[in-house]
Design a protein around this ligand. Structure first.
Ligand SMILES: Nc1ncnc2c1ncn2[C@@H]1O[C@H](COP(=O)(O)OP(=O)(O)OP(=O)(O)O)[C@@H](O)[C@H]1O
Length: 598
């Protein structure tokens, strides 16, 4: 099974087996407190206050019936009704503040988590991204984080109010009439069992839902990026079928949630009706026969049952929201807890480097125990141009990944100016090494921004001067908005050659002492080839350069050519000496030369 699939499955099937994740909840609450302690406590205070008020209402209703309506005390009735109205209005105001403030807390937590997550991800080793599909990470950073809001919005803060309400109602019922209170209370455990059952079932459904959403995001994102492959190979129908299948799974999952909910409400209603029926039957008998239950008591208690059912039913919903939020939180915290950051323990900050590079017996594997580089040794003098050639998959690009510490080596030493790169501060190391990758990546912003990459110290004039040297200034100026022309996603509206030249310009403007260039394999027209050849000469002038070459014609003047095969260096020398040796390089050269001639 490939790494991506494995990691994806690991991240998706993180079921804990517990019905409620208290550790996750504690962590989310701690985050809420750290973001808005004052607000958080205010909402709790309002919830307590509001719970007291709502309980007072049925009590007052019973009191109005027994003492004012039945006694025909109209004056007293008027003042009691005014009291009831004031309580209702006040309850409404408190409800508004609870919902509004809980949402403010939730949004602050979301903002904080997104920032933390992005800040964490951006420091991860490239190896992590090799294993994890982009769609999964997009889902974690966008929609999973969003679900955490539910823990606050409809979750714990409101849940607390509901729980308090239940406690106050029970206390008030016993205060008013213990017989009626006991009749109602007997029914309560039944409701709790039902709620707990649905709570467990819903957690599993939500976990599956998050997995399926991530799967759908990954699918759509990858297909959109590789749309040209799908269309060229006429895979539309097959890809459509796969999409329909994932989408169907998601629909089935949502319907499961709906099923649980549609069942939960009627079941709770039936239990509530059972409680009301028993109350009226027994209570009515006692009113008529024993006389120890007043009419006001009976009416107040029917109101209590409704008031109990609503928060109890709501508690199931609240748990449901918290559950959904905690499943999202679990996934987000998994990433936040992942220790995938590239270790940066080096302390040496080199201000200027001369450009001497040494690889000493370097061994490296992407996947443990499967070395891709098996003992690489070479050295460059400052200012030299060194070319690396060899068969596909030989390990050429891997060498440049190691020099910039995109990945860490298994053993050996890589030195710049005699200093082990692991002793160097990472930022300082990368400041001295510019990399032009085979597959040019352009962001969806202006050409200028794509070149300076947010560095405010680089001016437009500097970029223009550099573009003239590289030979792309006229082309950029010919675009409708020149340097401020927007590049479409990944630069798809530019030709391969133009994208290459923009990435050359990006490296040139940073003026590094060491340049690493992974030549594009895609064929370009001879005019662009000539432009790129001239730009390469300018780019490598006066700095140590490592060029991974696919076209041998471009590297004949290199100071040193390294020939690689199957993770090892098989030959080293100049173009002439290697041709004379009649070995691997000479063969490679002849094959390319005869291809060109043919
Ligand atoms: N991120 C990765 N994870 C796992 N294996 C990888 C990764 N990148 C490359 N490899 C493997 O490492 C080996 C060397 O790859 P590398 O890209 O260095 O070859 P290359 O010589 O640059 O090839 P090409 O000329 O085709 O670009 C290959 O077998 C490749 O499959």
């Amino acid at each position: 099974m490939c790494n991506i699939q494995k990691n994806y499955l690991e991240m998706s099937s993180n079921k804990t087996g517990q019905s409620f994740d208290f550790t996750g909840l504690k962590r989310v609450i701690a985050l809420g407190l750290s973001q808005s302690k004052g607000l958080f406590l205010t909402v709790i205070f309002i919830a307590v206050f509001s719970a007291c008020f709502s309980v007072y209402r049925p009590y007052l209703t019973g009191d109005v019936i027994d003492n004012y309506i039945l006694n025909k005390d109209l004056l007293g009735l008027k003042s009691e009704i005014i009291k009831l109205i004031i309580i209702l209005v006040f309850e409404g105001i408190l409800a508004f503040f609870t919902v509004y403030l809980a949402n403010v807390v939730a949004q602050r937590v979301i903002r904080e988590l997104r920032v933390r997550l992005y800040n964490h991800l951006i420091k991860f080793k490239l190896g992590y991204f090799d294993k994890t599909p982009n769609g999964v990470l997009v889902t974690r950073s966008v929609s999973d984080v969003e679900t955490i809001a539910e823990v606050f919005n409809d979750g714990i803060l409101v849940l607390l109010g509901d729980a308090l309400k239940i406690i106050f109602i029970v206390a008030m019922m016993y205060y008013m009439n213990w017989v009626l209170a006991t009749i109602v209370i007997v029914i309560l455990p039944l409701m709790m069992i039902i709620t707990r059952y649905f709570q467990k079932a819903l957690k599993d459904v939500y976990q599956d839902e998050r997995t399926l959403v991530a799967k759908l995001n990954t699918f759509v994102q990858e297909r959109l990026t590789g749309m040209n492959i799908i269309q060229v190979f006429n895979r539309q129908q097959a890809e459509y079928d796969k999409f329909v299948s994932i989408n169907n799974d998601l629909k089935k999952n949502y319907l499961k949630t709906v099923l649980y909910f549609s069942l939960l409400f009627p079941v709770v209603d039936i239990v509530s009706a059972l409680a009301t029926g028993s109350l009226i039957w027994f209570g009515g008998l006692r009113t008529a026969v024993a006389g120890d239950v007043t009419v006001g008591n009976l009416i107040a208690f029917t109101q209590f049952i409704t008031m109990l059912t609503t928060p109890m039913r709501a508690i199931a919903e609240r748990f449901n929201s918290i559950q959904r939020g905690l499943v999202g939180a679990d996934r987000v915290f998994n990433i936040l807890d992942a220790d995938e950051t590239l270790p940066d323990n080096g302390t040496k900050k080199l201000e200027k480097v001369k450009g001497q590079i040494d690889f000493e017996n370097v061994v490296f594997s992407y996947v443990p125990n499967n070395p891709v580089l098996k003992g690489i040794n070479f050295s460059t003098k400052p200012g030299e141009t060194i070319a690396i050639v060899g068969s596909t998959g030989a390990g050429k690009s891997t060498i440049i990944n190691l020099l910039s510490r995109f990945y860490d080596i298994d053993s050996g030493l890589i030195k710049i100016d005699g200093v082990d790169i692991y002793e160097m501060d990472l930022v300082s190391l990368r400041k001295h090494v510019a990399v032009v990758l085979q597959d040019v990546f352009l962001f969806n912003t202006t050409i200028f921004d794509n070149i300076v990459l947010g560095n405010k110290e680089i001016t437009l004039d500097q970029v223009k001067a550099a573009a003239k040297v590289i030979g792309i200034h006229d082309f950029i100026e010919s675009l409708p908005k020149g340097y401020y022309a927007e590049v479409s996603e990944r630069g798809s509206t530019l030709s391969v050659g133009q994208r290459q030249l923009i990435s050359f310009l990006r490296a040139y403007i940073y003026n590094p002492e060491i340049l690493v260039l992974d030549e594009a394999t895609s064929s370009i027209d001879s005019n662009s080839e000539e432009m790129i050849q001239r730009a390469t000469e300018k780019l490598t002038e006066g700095r140590t350069s490592i060029i991974i070459a696919h076209r041998l014609a471009t590297i004949q003047n290199a100071d040193q050519i390294i020939v690689m095969d199957n993770g090892m260096i098989v030959e080293k020398g100049t173009h002439e000496s290697l041709l004379a040796a009649k070995g691997y390089y000479s063969n490679l050269y002849e094959v390319q030369f005869s291809k060109i001639n043919n």
